[in-house]
Ligand binder design. Sequence first.
Ligand code: TEU
Length: 545
Amino acid sequence: MTSTNWWRSAVIYQVYIRSFADGNGDGVGDLAGVRAKLPYLSELGVDALWFNPWYASPMADAGYDVADYRRIDPLFGTLPQARELIGDAHRRGLRIIVDVVPNHVSEQHAWFQEALQSPPGSEARELFWFRPGRGADGELPPNDWNSEFGGGAWTRTTDPDGTPGEWYLHLFAAEQPDLNWTNPKVVEEYQSVLRFWFDLGVDGVRIDSATMPAKDPLLPDLGPEGSRPSSAQRPHPFIDRDEVHEIYRGWRALADSYPEPKALIGELWLDSPERLAAYLRQDELHTAFNFDYLNCPWDAARLRSVIDTTLRTHAPVDAPATWVLSNHDVTRHVTRYGRAESAQGRSPQQQGAPSDRGLGTRRARAALLLNLALPGSCYLYQGEELGLPEVYDIPDSARQDPYFHRTGGADTGRDGCRVPLPWSGTEAPYGFSPRGAGAEPWLPQPPVWAELSAAAQSGDAGSVLALYRRALRLRRDEPALGDGTMAWLDTPQQVLAFSRDDGFVCVVNLDSRPADLPAHREVLLTSGPLDEGRLPTDTAVWLRR
Ligand code: TEU
């Protein structure tokens, strides 16, 4: 656990705690559940775990509404349990990353509660964005910004005497008031929160909605352009403003002050790879999620172009590329890849588009070998090692995502990728909760979970889980993989082939016919059976000279 710059090559496994494993039988995953599964995670062969927010929260947005950063939510456990979990993970050589949400806090955060009780213009209100409304009686919101979850980005408050008062800004749900980062108290508080967790031993932070904390203090209307990030609109009043970089420079100074520097990982949804690279500097963030790669359809030319652009923009700033296909916000990639190419994105209209799980799984298996062979670091989202598809069969009454509720059901939201994992057994809760636990899992699990459970796949050499284990083990033992460089090999257009050091080669066939393999190579691993020495459609292989 001493190698510095570990994030340059790490395979980081995302643990969405509420859906990972339930230790206490209340139907919600928790820290006891994670701790019990540490042997599974070590055996899988990942290097680090990223935990989604585990802090005290009313859970209006599954914990991305933090009420108190220095407490663990009782739903998940206690601070001593978190400390033990970090210790146990470290003993197994697993590093720990926690989530930090600078853009907003919960409406239940002590600061916001105090602000609500305080008069307009007070110091307490200056920590947020409170403004009088427009119109004769202030009945119109201060500007035209929209919330990411649908509807306006402003909510009107009620004064202590019961009359309508000022409005406050929330770029996400109304339960998530935006912080005012021009206020030094906000800056100091986050330094203190980071120090709290760094001192407790965490190895880095994933920074939520990292492009959004800085706002134009004049809060100008967006006009007909709308609130979506657009490179056409710069400076944007709240996305990717120059001032946002100052925040992370302050965080980096803190991260670098530890004997083993802490990793800063940005969640940066941007439509320009150059803008993203601007965050990856020696005095800012170490690395960021590669959402261009996540959004790319299963198409050789487009994948190749995203890979090239990623490497081209990351090299000059000496940041490692990252490869990520799923997370708790997007349709699982088995389902995306199982669709016709035109419907592989995540937009609401495409969510229910028909998908072939067999096809999606085959491609996801090939994609794993591609991701792990590309230079840099990788993210895995819990359940992808089981080949889990997106779950659509969730009754409206069970759905919890604010996306679903704020859009009046127009967007089914993100619950479908957050369904509790299947560990064992042939019926719900599939080993997610202890046997005989009274409570049902917080989201219903589909019948296909029986065949996809970790136990069902463990003894099956042809399973997705077996492939993940083999590939991760090989990657660990293979000095050519991880950080470094690659070179494309000359192949037909629908075949991606590249070499790493020491004669290591990865070939992925996206063509509709089998592809020839380079001669005189030893086959190290394939994502599916070869066809008389040729590489079938949607199959990948690792080779060595
Ligand atoms: O997501 C940030 C965010 O902007 C996403 O809504 C993103 O735009 C969308 O998923 C792209 O398709 C983060 C968290 O990952 C998410 O779970 C939270 O709901 C959100 O921040 C608010 O904290």
